[in-house]
Design a protein around this ligand. Structure first.
Ligand SMILES: NC(=O)c1ccc[n+]([C@@H]2O[C@H](COP(=O)([O-])OP(=O)(O)OC[C@H]3O[C@@H](n4cnc5c(N)ncnc54)[C@H](OP(=O)(O)O)[C@@H]3O)[C@@H](O)[C@H]2O)c1
Length: 268
């Protein structure tokens, strides 16, 4: 067993779903792995299978990313392990309800897992990667970042945050050898639906992507250097037009004068 020339990928939420598929695909691409999640039994089983199948070194790091001590341990691994070349910020959860019918503790928990953890891990990895002049950060957001009315705003808001963070971080590290990608899946067949009291089979079948297809497409987008990859969006021109409309406001969003349509309130 030799250390991979690709380096090591640290994947959060690797015990099942998209994270487990990323683990499989990245090991087959030649990465060693650090698998992070709470279920140590599932992580150990996956590590053994992937290690046997690919010959790569697969470590597990059991962590509840909503726990301050566990999160700090994952941050420390990212900061200290110079073999790490890729962070996949994938762990996430949805709510069994919405803003008005969730408890404060449930709201704190989704924000801790979907926002605080990936933010702190991106900071730790980003600083290490910039220091070495190489590395990649993949943030798993959601198409709901673009469609808040379709779902609960707390979940979609956490994903809009990750999209925003990815745009900004990509710009900050440009030219420093570090790549940042936000992946926006649509409905994808994983446990996240039943974990949050929903039935994926209640959706029309043509809306639901298989996890393997999602990850394969997202990694092709990563290979192509995309900052935002939306595997289910058939018409890429719609995304390009959306970004063009957003950037058309660049330089026009801060102004000493209020806009003409509000001037009567100021001039009165
Ligand atoms: N599936 C979809 O339709 C869909 C669509 C858009 C975006 N996404 C996003 O894709 C990402 C992956 O989701 P998925 O669909 O693969 O979900 P999933 O099947 O429910 O897997 C979630 C993963 O996160 C881990 N996890 C959950 N809570 C954790 C915690 N407190 N600390 C550490 N790890 C934790 C879980 O492992 P343990 O239980 O072992 O901790 C599991 O490995 C999420 O960010 C999700 O929001 C999914």
């Amino acid at each position: 067993m030799t250390t991979s020339p690709k380096g090591t990928a640290l994947i959060t939420g690797a015990s099942t779903g998209l994270g487990a598929v990323y683990a499989d695909r990245l090991a087959r691409r030649g990465y060693d792995l650090i698998l992070v999640a709470r279920d140590a039994g599932r992580l150990a089983a996956l590590a053994e299978t992937l290690g046997n199948d690919t010959g790569r070194t697969v470590d597990i790091l059991r962590a509840d990313l909503t726990d301050a001590g566990d999160l700090a341990a994952v941050e420390a691994r990212l900061a200290d392990d110079a073999a790490i070349t890729l962070l996949v910020n994938n762990a996430g959860m949805s709510l069994n309800g919405g803003l008005l019918d969730s408890t404060p503790a449930e709201l704190e928990r989704i924000i801790a897992l979907n926002i605080t953890a990936p933010t702190r891990l991106a900071r730790a990895a980003g600083n290490a990667f910039v220091g070495r002049g190489a590395g990649g950060i993949i943030n798993i957001a959601s198409v709901l970042a673009l469609a808040p009315e379709m779902f609960d705003g707390v979940y979609s808001g956490t994903k809009a945050y990750l999209l925003n963070l990815s745009h900004s971080l990509a710009a900050q590290v440009e030219g420093k050898g570090v790549r940042v990608q936000a992946v926006l899946p649509g409905a994808t067949r994983t446990e996240i639906w039943e974990r949050s009291g929903k039935d994926i089979d209640s959706f029309p079948a043509e809306w639901v992507m298989e996890a393997g297809d999602l990850v394969d497409a997202a990694l092709l987008g990563f290979d192509r250097g995309e900052t935002v990859t939306i595997p289910p969006l058939a018409n890429e021109g719609q995304w390009i037009a959306f970004e063009a409309a957003r950037h058309a406001m660049d330089g026009k969003l801060s102004n000493r004068a209020v806009a003409e349509r509000y001037r009567e309130a100021v001039d009165a």
